[in-house]
Structures are given as C-alpha cells and as structure tokens.
Design a protein around this ligand. Sequence first.
Ligand code: PLP
Length: 656
Amino acid sequence: MAEFASSRKPFADLSHNAQLWSVEESANLFGLDQWGYPYFSINDKGHVIVCPKGESGGSLDLMALVDEMDGRNVGVPLLIRFDDILEDRLERLHTAFQKAIAQYHYKGNYQGVFPIKCNQQRYVVEELIACGKQWHFGLEAGSKAELLVALSLMDDPKALLICNGYKDQRYIETAILARQLGRSPVVVIEQPDEVDRIISASKLLGAAPLIGIRAKLASRSSGRWGSSVGETSKFGLSIPDILSTVEALRNAHLLDELQLLHFHLGSQINNIAILKDALQEAGQIYVELCALGAPMGYLDVGGGLGIDYDGSRTASSASTNYSLQNYANDVVATIGECCDSNSIDPPTLISESGRAIVSHFSVLVFNILGVGAVSNDIPPVSDDAPLILRNLRDSLRNIESMSDSSSIDPSLLQEVWNDALKFKDDALVAFRLGYLGLADRAKAEQLTWGCARALINRLSGVTSNSKEIIHLRSVLASTYYANFSIFRSAPDTWAIDQLFPVMPIHRLNEKPTQLGHFADLTCDSDGKLSRFINHGQDKTLLELHEFNDHDEYLIGMFLAGAYQEVMGSLHNLFGTTNSVHIRMTNDGGYQVDHVVRANMKSDVLEAMEHDPNQLLERLRVASELAIQRGALKIKDARLLMDHVETSLRQSTYLKR
Ligand SMILES: *Cc1c(COP(=O)(O)O)cnc(C)c1O
C-alpha cells in the first residue's frame, strides 16, 4: 500500500482567510441541523463531528478520524462505518414500537427483521444480529444466497427468518430443514405456483415450514417504488389467489402452518397517508384469513420506512412527512383497531425496515483532486480586433455600465446576455469557416464568460430563482474533480436521481465562496454529482470552498449506508474503496474494529477474467522486443515493469 504512505497532505484549517461566517450558518446551509440530528454536527474548529450513540454520549471529529486513518495507511476515498449508529438505530426502532404498543394498549408484540438486500456486508449483518439479540431481531432473505447468509449467521430460535423472493423446490426444502435445525423460517408465498412446491416439499420431507402469504394490496403507494404494490405488481397474491391458496393448504393439511400475512409497499414511503390505507386493507385481509381457519399470529408490514435525506419533513422524494414514531404509531393503532373491532387476537407485528436501520451508519469521505472552471481572464483591448470580438467587448461594457442590483430590469439583462451568446455563436461559425483563428476564438469565449460574470456581479444581492440566472450561475460554476466513482459508491444518484446530503467535512467556519458540482473519476459524462439537497427542494450547484493545491479538501457523503454498496459497479474498473468499522470506547475514544482494504487493480482485472500474471508476462515480452529493437533502454523497461507491478497491488483510485 505504498501509494498511501507518501500521499499525506496537511489538513489545514485555513482560518487565515476565513470570512466572517459561523458554523451555525454552515449547518443551516447544508441542512445538517435537520438531516444530521442526532449523529452529525459541527464543532468550533469547523469540522463535522459524529456522535455515534446519538445523545447518549461520546463524539469524534470526523476530520481527525480521517487523518488518523490516513496515518494508518487507510486513505481516502474511505467508507467509514459507525457500528454504534447501527445499534442506536435498532434501539430507536424498537423503542418507537414499544412506546406505540404501550400508548395504544396493543396486546401483541413487535418483532423486526433486517432485509439483507439492504446491506449484505458480513460485518454489518453480524453486528445487527449481535445488537438485536435482546429483541430477537431476525433477518429477511430475498434470494437463495441471502438465505444461506441468514441460516449460517442466525442462532436464536425466537428470531424470525422471513423467506421472500422467488423460490424453487430446493429453497423451500432448505427452509423446512432449517426449522428442524432450530431456526424459525417463514416461507412467504409470493407467487401462486409456490404453494404446490411447498406442498410437495412438505410431503417429501414429512415436515412443513411456517407459511406466510404476501398480499398484493390495491392501495397504491407513491414515489419511486410505487409500482411495488397494486394489482399489477411483480410480487404477491391477488385476493382470488389468496383464497385458492388457503384452500390448497387446507386440502394438504397445511393450513395450521399459515401464520403470517405480508405486504410491502416499496421502499422510501414519502407519505404516511399511503401507509394508513395499506394498513387498513391488510388488517381486513388478516381478519379474513383468521376467519377462514388459519391460525395466523404475525402481520408483516414489509419495508418502506423512509429516511429524511434533506431534513425537510415533507412528502418530497428525498424526505418523509412522518417520523419513526408516527410510523410505529400508525402501524400499531391501525392494526389494533382492526383486530379489536373484529374481536380477534392482535398479531405480532413485524417490519422489514432496511433503509431506516442502515442509512445513517456509513459516511463516504472523498477528496478533491482539482477544480476546473471557465477562464477568468479578459483579453486586452486591441484596435484591430475582428468585428465579432468588438461586439462582445461592447456587450461587456454595456453590462459593466449598468447600475447595481436592485434597479436592474431582468428582461434587459436577458437581452444583453442573449446578445453575448449570439456573438459567441457567430465566433464559432466564423472559426469553422476559417475566418477566425484559434487565438481569437479563445478571446471570444473569455469575453462571453466575462459578460456572464459581470451580470452575476450586478445581481449579487438579488435572490432569484429565474431560469436565466440559474443558467448563468451554472455556466460559471466550478467543477470539483472528486476522487471516487459514483457508479461504485453512490449508484442511486445516477440510476434513480436519489439525493444524499453531501458537504465538506471541514472549513465549516469559513464562508464557502464558490458554487460547484462534482465530476467523478470515470470517463462517463453521467459520472457526476450535480443535484443537492436544498431544504425540501433541490439545487444543481453546491456552495463550496476555494480549492488550493496544497491542502486536502474533503467532502462527505452522508446517509448512504443502504443499497449503495451492493448496487455499485466496476464501471471503468473502479473497485471498492477502503472501509473501516469504528466503535466508540467507554473512555470516550474509539477503536477500529475492522479494516476492509480497497480492491486492488489486480482484483478488478480478475473480476473481468483478466489474468494479472499473464498481463505482466505480455508486457515483459513486449518490452524485451522493444529493447532488442533499441527503442527502450533496459533501465526504462525495468521502471515500466516496476510501475505496472506496483500498480496492480494498489487501489483503483488516485493519490494526490
Ligand atoms: C426491499 C425490501 C425491503 C426493504 O425495504 P426498505 O425500504 O429498505 O425498508 C423489505 N421487504 C421487502 C420484501 C423488500 O423487497
């Protein structure tokens, strides 16, 4: 890992050029005071601090942590996992349900399971099982591979193992045998034909699994995953299917094993009203199943418990209009009421909350490699400049002679800017036809950016959301080149326009004077981050600090602990980043529980069936031939081979 050793840069505070600016202003600007509570805040040094146990004590300086990890040769980009946050989230979930159960005098229990698909990392699943013991917290598997993870890691007979997803005969037989092993698997029938397989597997083994039914609710969800429910959704049984399944189970003498009703509204439910409808519908189906003679006992409300990514508490796609407690209250109260009015025993309530448990616990920190922006220079006046350049210069003078901000008429502004854009286009046409040289074309571009900058300066005091002004700002915005791949570390920002809170983790006592967006390392023009949370809306540019080549500028991406890692791909062969698991210690310090090294280049090559040794051998042969031809010196051949060999053992990211 030599690449990390020499790459240490001082983490400067740069307080010398800090403008008057408070950390509270930063917290507000980046929404940290809303989405960050209770885990993230800012200290007097202007660094993000992490309180992994929430309000109950202990904090650490994220910047100092990254520095200390760098000192251990575990450099950025770095995924930091706070296991205490996992534990705290689990505790909050259970506390919320316990409170609701007490408040509504619900006579059943709550027993959660973790949907493995949300984060399959071994240390994450192990941690959740360990912290969840006290509540008999279980797992949900959605595939045969996930079932294997669950079977091998679980050992509490009271913890449930919910078996979802497509199931073949072997999946079902494995679940039946696992019951004899002392686990509590519930095979949830998601497709009508699964019931036949359950019946034949039970006959074959002379034993039966616990059985659940997934209902296709008619209540529609909203948002991105809204199509997970409704009559046309991919999973679940329609009402006629449910009825025929009950009869099939009855005929096979398996109705006594039918104990669970399941539904899933899709992930990130934004609007609590949707949940209420679904709960009422599911409650009635539950009552009917009891009436049909199934013993029942469990009602599984699936996933969907949302995260307030932008802290706005709204039904926008990056937020939720409810809290964890509201969610628990609605589940408990609605089902309780339904059972009371039908005089049946209330079921044990299960939720498969994944996103809500694992989003907060990991933070990705990446560094900036450089910044690009349109030129700041204005070419000097020359008397023999071509007409096009003189026109542009006139536009610039025009703008500069305008009075400041308040009295400017936006339509006049638009007119001058349109002129400038037209002259720039003229310059391009003239260049294509050979009438304008490269140097003059460069001047035309500089003058155009000069016009844009002068316009923005005139408008500095004006807060406007007009399209033109937003466009002008984005023309002048800086591109911050970020040392990571969004396809690896934040694929949902690309695939489904997911917003995560992104902000610098230091210099937060310094006014961010630049507007910018991020470009990642891939050669893909989609490899960028250019939508940011903004108090319930979103924005295309983020306030950032001026970058300099001497100091690290570190950016954190927060609340991205769910789904991103496994959905991340090897696009452009960027592999996993370094990751560490951090635990707070009783004396207020922390310990590093696990260090998981970034993929080496040889790892990602092998993933694509390349053989690193063969690759080296081919290069060796090629350089031997070049030496014989006299094209390559022996010492240069050695240097080349050294570089390649070392590179294969290093991470796929860049070092500064
Ligand atoms: C994906 C999924 C979940 C997890 O949903 P979250 O929104 O992450 O809580 C739960 N249950 C099922 C059946 C799923 O497919």
